[in-house]
Design a protein around this ligand. Structure first.
Ligand code: FES
Length: 323
């Protein structure tokens, strides 16, 4: 069962609807168990979904943030993942009550800018859908670019096609006419000073689009990204961690700081184990972390005041952390 003493506020919700959106992609509509309103959320927000004992995954909310009667999630079944999405596809049926965390947002939409360009790779469409809904409601200038492998993988097609009819959404197929391929530079042309770009998808896709945005002379402060999946990556040299409780341990290249500390009896609070939720953020008193999370801003990472123990490493040979 979820630990209700850790992480954000938890909610029990019922699966009111489940739809096949595309090959290997379902949507779930979640409602409160008693018909009351759900906590409000901002465009780009996500929730933690408790899938089983010790299995928690983050999924973006993709419906219109004005809606308070439901949350809609889009979930890709990824057999190569650590099993969370496979269990959701197998076990999450209409009528089932599940536990989620209250919405949180690491991917904020700036609402008062001249133009917003939303660029999705595959299931990375989900947070960008809520942004498109929000920008649409505000009557803001935006363009949604949705890159998918094939038409069979085109999820949420009714919403996207409606914006496409309006000239505000553009679908790019990997297996289609090369002329349909996505090139941010040609979409931006000469980017205005108040253009912001939001990118979500696999890491390689984000890197590709980010490089295009930089090449198009878009200021990095106007490029916003969210990785929809972060595989913990531990590869780096080993290093030594000392704790304020007096422990000193070596962290080998293939293990996380959290894993090693837990082996030594340290109570490390964990939730996502992917550097997304911030539950394991711990003060750094000495040494230089190698930040690999996506829950801290660039400024927070540069300050080196805290680090995530589930995925981050060290640039220095030693770290002293307050735990
Ligand atoms: S457990 Fe979520 S950031 Fe470490």
């Amino acid at each position: 069962m979820p630990d209700r003493t850790a992480g954000p506020e938890l909610l029990d919700v019922v699966i009111a609807d489940r739809r096949s959106q595309a090959d290997d992609i379902i949507s779930l509509e979640l409602r409160s168990t008693d018909g009351s309103s759900l906590p409000a959320f901002d465009a780009g927000a996500h929730v933690d979904v408790y899938i089983g004992d010790d299995v928690v995954r983050q999924y973006s909310l993709c419906n219109d943030p004005r809606e308070t009667h439901r949350y809609v999630l889009g979930i890709l079944r990824d057999p190569a993942s650590r099993g969370g999405s496979v269990a959701v596809h197998r076990d999450f049926k209409v009528g089932k009550t599940i536990t989620i965390g209250a919405p949180r947002n690491n991917f904020h939409l700036l609402e008062n800018v001249g133009k917003s360009i939303l660029v999705a790779g595959g299931i990375g469409i989900t947070p960008l859908l809520s942004m498109a809904h929000r920008l649409s409601a505000l009557d803001r200038d935006f363009a949604l670019h949705y890159c998918v492998r094939s038409d069979a993988r085109l999820a949420f097609r009714d919403e996207v096609k409606a914006w496409q009819t309006d000239g505000r959404a553009f679908i790019h197929y990997d297996d289609g006419d090369p002329g349909q391929g996505f090139h941010l530079a040609s979409s931006l042309m000469v980017p205005a000073d108040d253009t912001h770009v939001y990118i979500c998808g696999p890491t390689g896709f984000i890197d590709f689009v980010t490089n295009e945005a930089v090449a198009a002379k878009l200021d990095p402060s106007r490029i916003h990204v969210e990785h929809f999946s972060l595989a913990p990556s531990h590869s780096s040299d080993s290093f030594v961690v000392r704790t304020t409780s007096g422990l000193e341990v070596e962290i080998p290249p293939d293990r996380s700081i959290a894993d090693v500390l837990i082996d030594h009896g340290v109570d490390v609070p964990l939730l996502c184990e992917q550097g997304v939720c911030g539950t394991c953020l711990t003060p750094v008193l000495d040494g230089i972390p190698d930040h690999r999370d996506s829950c801290q801003s660039d400024d927070e990472k540069a300050s080196n005041e805290q680090m995530t123990l589930c995925c981050s490493r060290a640039k220095s040979k030693h770290l002293l952390i307050d735990i």
